[in-house]
Design a protein around this ligand. Structure first.
Ligand code: ADP
Ligand code: MG
Length: 288
């Protein structure tokens, strides 16, 4: 039989947006000293709208650029991809069939349209390729900017806007009040990361973090004595979720993240991390 305390806490958890996949991890939640949040889809809505489409090449219109990007992004489940495809559908653009779709985690995607290779990539990837970022790419706004390449040539960029979740600020304040260190690790650009961190009063942030670097970060924090809870929604977050003392997947995220996680936030709300810690503490008291 399931002990009474366990069944009560499971029911309570379910009501409060927590799906517990690993009982031991749940009970250990009282030990959490550091929470590392993923940005997109966790602290923010992860609901991107296209703000600006800029072409850098004569003969290619904004709609041409959007159409090509959307044709490729149809094959990706990243929130950026969903935003680009939705914008193209809104413009009633017909999306071509593509060949050889490839996704490079934390960097971007590519595919062939009529024999030409198109890639949609992060600013970090563009810099790695030795290319200069266009001066008008970044503005004061909290935007995620992705760059469109035809072959090796940069032909334009698309800026997408996300919003900080309304529950994020108070959840972070509560965690900090409990003496928990709150950090963010994101694959997104420095400006956007800093802006989100400043708005939420985080203890620190890491930007342009590649997937393997997320798990290295967890390891580094652990080697400094931290008991780490890490949140994530994407395929790219799975290794870090596995490495963390408590891996937490966001309900709106991918199956891969959910399968790796100890706990799933069914409402995708950072506020439920506060519940997790409270229930973990209460359950522990009742058991000892
Ligand atoms: P986050 O940590 O915010 O969830 P990711 O690691 O998923 O970020 O992605 C990091 C960056 O890689 C994005 O900000 C974007 O520049 C690029 N990227 C990832 N997936 C895609 C995609 N489907 N299309 C375009 N760019 C992408
Ligand atoms: Mg993500």
């Amino acid at each position: 039989a399931i002990p009474l305390v366990v069944s009560i806490s499971t029911a309570l958890s379910a009501k409060n947006g927590l799906l517990i996949r690993n009982r031991t991890a749940f009970e250990n939640s009282r030990k959490i000293s550091t929470v590392v949040f993923d940005k997109t889809g966790t602290l923010t809505e992860g609901n991107f709208g296209v703000n600006r489409v800029t072409t850098l090449k004569g003969g290619i219109s904004k709609n041409d650029l959007l159409k090509m990007a959307a044709a490729i992004e149809q094959n990706s489940e990243h929130p950026i991809a969903r935003g680009i495809v939705a914008a193209a559908k809104k413009e009633k653009l017909e999306l071509s069939e593509i060949k050889n779709f490839q996704a490079e985690k934390g960097k971007g995607v590519s595919g062939e349209i009529n024999g030409d290779l198109y890639s949609i990539v992060s600013p970090g990837y563009l810099k790695e390729q030795g290319k200069d970022l266009p001066e008008n790419a970044f503005t004061e706004a909290v935007e995620t900017v992705v760059f469109v390449l035809k072959g090796e040539e940069l032909i334009g960029f698309i800026a997408l806007a996300d919003q900080i979740r309304k529950e994020s600020a108070s959840a972070i304040k509560t965690l900090k009040d409990k003496g928990i260190k709150v950090l963010m690790a994101t694959g997104d650009n420095e400006q956007t990361a800093k802006s989100v961190s400043d708005q939420l009063g985080l203890d620190g942030y890491y930007s342009q973090v590649l997937p393997h670097q997320k798990s290295e970060l967890v390891e580094k924090l652990q080697s400094e004595g931290a008991f780490v809870a890490m949140t994530g929604d994407g395929v790219n977050d799975a290794p870090a979720l596995a490495k963390a003392n408590i891996g937490i997947a966001v309900g709106s995220g991918t199956d891969v993240a959910a399968e790796t996680a100890d706990i799933i936030l069914t409402n995708s709300s950072p506020a439920d991390i506060v519940n997790l810690i409270l229930f973990g503490r209460a359950t522990h008291r009742k058991m000892v």
